[in-house]
Design a protein around this ligand. Structure first.
Ligand code: PEP
Ligand code: MN
Length: 379
């Protein structure tokens, strides 16, 4: 598999040293709404004006976008207010229509990224097009599916390419509409360090009051930009009303964001960081030694249980252990959720190991000496 060679973000966007910002309404609703939103974004540090024209909605009988008719509205907003434009494409016909109207950037939505056939059709339609393409993560937390979509578009020759991190659908309800699962964005960055990642705090949170915090967390991780749904009258929006902000609120959010540097050349800072990292390395090695020692005891327990034909799980013991460790962790200033999650992993692995030991095939009994000598040929 060849690496995805993405053009550095600065080469296609001109933006360097600060996050790239894409903003605009979830959906284009009317020419007046598109123009009014764009007008109020003038003077706000926005690099691309977004609007959804074809909306892939989870449920039918909801607003599915204005369609092709809205393309001239978007181009006009771009021309009149000096903004580059962006929209979501889900079919080759969308790509052709968007390119015909001179839309400056295209993105593939989360519900499309999940389907390799659709992504391949889009990649084929994008062949030879000179337009940046951003690919949202699939709704499911599947890095390979996300990577595969980038590869398909890359193989079609598109080099101005990037990823949009918009959170992942989960079965349980959480404070977020699509929890960010930052660990996946971090792992994506580790696997593809050259691909810019734009975070979409609007679809992650689903709530405008949380947008600022999630945007800051993305910048704290050194991610490269933000896509923020921005509407002239958010409460009246035809889609995603609860998460959209006004252009004025977006301006405030952007002013409050702290952009972190990737590193610093300050020698004292670098020396102290290195010393602290050495301490972390030593502590981690001790942690691993302790986990290995713990596992050896687990194996002894498994031997005893096997000899006595006792089950691997005693739920009352597990429950008491978990309560004790969570309380102890809290007393040490560690969060209860963190301790619980950690112990769930530790316990899952020790149950797995115990069950492996308990189900090992019985060792063959050593052959009886007297039988062997009786059946052995005479020496
Ligand atoms: C959108 O950006 O309006 C959108 C539909 O987002 P997603 O594909 O992330 O759900
Ligand atoms: Mn939306």
């Amino acid at each position: 598999m060849t690496a995805i060679e993405a053009l550095p973000l600065v080469r296609w966007s001109g933006v360097e040293g600060r996050p790239l910002v894409l903003a605009g309404p979830c959906s284009a609703e009317s020419e007046a709404q598109v123009l009014e939103t764009a007008r109020r974004l003038q003077g706000v540090r926005v690099d691309y004006f977004r609007a959804g024209i074809w909306k892939a909605r989870t449920r039918p009988a909801t607003f599915e976008g204005i369609g092709d008719m809205a393309l001239p509205w978007l181009s006009r907003a771009g021309r009149e207010f000096g903004l580059r434009t962006a929209t979501e494409v889900a079919t080759p016909a969308h790509v052709e229509a968007a390119l015909r109207h001179g839309i400056d950037l295209l993105w593939i939505g989360a519900r499309t990224t999940v389907n390799p056939f659709s992504v391949q059709d889009l990649a084929d339609a994008l062949r030879g097009a000179n337009v940046p393409v951003l690919i949202k993560n699939p709704t499911s937390p599947d890095l390979d599916l996300w990577t595969g979509a980038l590869e398909r578009v890359h193989r079609a020759g598109v080099r101005a390419i990037g990823a949009i991190h918009r959170g992942f659908a989960v079965a349980s309800s959480t404070r977020f509409r699509n929890p960010p699962m930052w660990e996946l964005a971090i792992e994506f960055r580790r696997r593809h360090p050259g691909i810019p990642i734009i975070t979409d705090p609007s679809h992650i949170t689903g709530r405008r009051d949380l947008v600022q915090d999630v945007a800051q967390q993305a910048l704290d991780l050194g991610l490269d930009g933000l896509m923020v749904e921005t509407h002239s009258n958010p409460d009246q929006a035809w889609s995603d009303a609860a998460q959209q902000v006004t252009p004025e609120r977006l301006d405030e959010i952007l002013h409050h964001l702290k952009v972190r540097r990737e590193t610093s050349a300050d020698a004292r800072f670098l020396a102290s960081l290195e010393a602290l990292r050495e301490r972390i390395d030593r502590i981690d090695h001790d942690l691993l030694d302790a986990l290995a020692a713990r596992m050896r005891v687990v194996e002894e327990i498994a031997d005893r249980k096997r000899e006595n034909n006792v089950s691997t799980l005693q739920v009352s013991r597990w429950s008491a252990l978990l309560d004790d460790r969570v309380a102890r962790a809290e007393a040490l200033g560690l969060g209860a959720d963190y301790a619980r999650a950690l112990y769930e992993i530790i316990h899952r692995e020790s149950v797995r190991r115990q069950s492996e030991i308990m189900n090992q095939p019985e060792a063959k009994p050593a052959p009886d000496e007297s039988v062997r000598s009786a059946s052995s040929p005479p020496q």
